[in-house]
Design a protein around this ligand. Structure first.
Ligand code: SF4
Length: 274
């Protein structure tokens, strides 16, 4: 529900009170513990446990055997189920800032460009992508923690749950952590990067910007292909290189785009800040 708070038409509803849960790999545990009705709207859905199957629904392209699929945007059955179930205990774990659609970020463009020119912002990092359960993904958490205080972190997709539960503060009112949204909103991060390149009259590869991407499934691969199509180089990819990339394809990606696997946080960070 986190991105929903950034959509004006959804924000109108007083029932939209927060976000529950984190990335997809925690879904079966978190849905089990969540007492309410669940509506799955997109693809990263896991085979449900029997404990919550009866209060789960799908819509759109999402579908799971044995789970009621909502057609024609008639959500009355979901609402009826939600009203019949107990409320969540009122104990929010914390507050997060959201609503950084690229259009909102670009309204700060002059301020951002000015802060870069004055040396207040040293570097931008995009840290995000698909999350997963494989060990080694704490790299992204550690990386965000070690980003120097004069740098901005852009994030998107469920990889953000590795790093968005901390207060990163701001640089002259510009938040140091800018959550551009869900996986589909990686487009927004690209728009921000190209607008910055336009403002500085340079290419995206010449910006003080590093991309530290976590991948898991087909959507992340599609996003990576988009970045490569745009000619973006020097991407760090992890937690491991996709197994379906043959040695020849890896060689080509390294030669042409200087893609690198993530390694040690301190040395990777030092190299990106050179
Ligand atoms: S970021 Fe990737 S893993 Fe996460 S919900 Fe989106 S497509 Fe699924």
């Amino acid at each position: 529900m986190l991105p929903a708070h950034g959509y004006p038409e959804l924000r109108k509803f007083k029932h939209l009170v927060g976000n529950y849960g984190s990335a997809w790999q925690n879904q079966r545990k978190e849905f089990d513990e969540f007492p309410g009705a669940i509506l799955v709207t997109t693809n990263c859905v896991m085979i449900p446990k029997d404990s919550y199957k009866g209060r789960m629904f799908t819509c759109g392209i999402a579908g799971v055997e044995g789970v009621k699929h909502i057609k024609n945007t008639d959500f009355s059955e979901v609402i009826k189920k939600a009203l019949s179930l107990p409320a969540l205990p009122e104990k929010p774990a914390g507050m997060l800032s959201t609503g950084f659609h690229w259009t909102a970020v670009l309204s700060l463009a002059d301020k951002i460009v000015d802060a870069v020119k004055k040396g207040k912002i040293r570097h931008f990092f995009f840290i995000g992508g698909c999350d997963g359960a494989k060990p080694g993904r704490n790299y992204y958490t550690e990386f965000a923690e070690k980003v120097p205080k004069n740098c901005i972190i852009l994030t998107a997709a469920c990889g953000k749950y590795r790093l968005n539960d901390k207060d990163y503060g701001d640089i002259d009112g510009i938040p140091r952590l800018i959550d551009t949204g869900q996986c589909n909103d990686c487009y927004g991060a690209i728009k921000i990067a190209t607008a910055l390149a336009g403002a500085f009259k340079c290419g995206v590869n010449d910006l003080p910007l590093s991309l530290v991407v976590s991948w898991y499934e087909q959507k992340a691969v599609a996003i990576l292909l988009t970045l490569l199509h745009l000619g973006i180089k020097n991407i760090r990819l992890g937690p491991s290189m996709p197994a379906f990339l043959s040695p020849n394809v890896v060689k080509l990606l390294v030669e042409k785009y200087n893609i690198k696997p993530i390694g040690n946080v301190d040395s990777d960070l030092a190299e990106m800040l050179k």
